[in-house]
Design a protein around this ligand. Sequence first.
Ligand code: THU
Length: 137
Amino acid sequence: MTNEELILEAKKAREHAYTPYSHFRVGAALVTKSGKIYHGCNIENAAYSPTNCAERTAFFRAVYEGEREFTKIAVVGGPEGSDADELCAPCGVCRQVMMEFCDPETFQIILADGKGRCLQRTLKEMLPFGFGPENLD
Ligand code: THU
């Protein structure tokens, strides 16, 4: 799965976003070590804080199905009705969830906008000095 193909999957996932409050729609496509793809979208809530980001939706769907090892995730997001013209970086909570299941040195986070711009960083670059399961060993 190339990054370009994965970005297309994230764009498809974005179509499922439930965003009656922010009208900011995000899609994510997460790849497992075995090559399976899990899609996620943001799912908002009238009480606001129970809102789930697209990245966490993808992770939780995958983990529920028994997946524990991941290689990369593509994220696309922007205001409803737009083509997601800016890069949308994962929030701190999503980075922390990634820390639970991913090797920060190798897991790749790919951000794309609607204009063909793309940025790729490791989880360690996005979350330096992260706290993860190994800190509790
Ligand atoms: N959101 C995501 O789904 N992922 C991100 O990377 C950033 C923010 C969502 C949460 C909320 O539904 C909306 O975008 C506005 O914050």
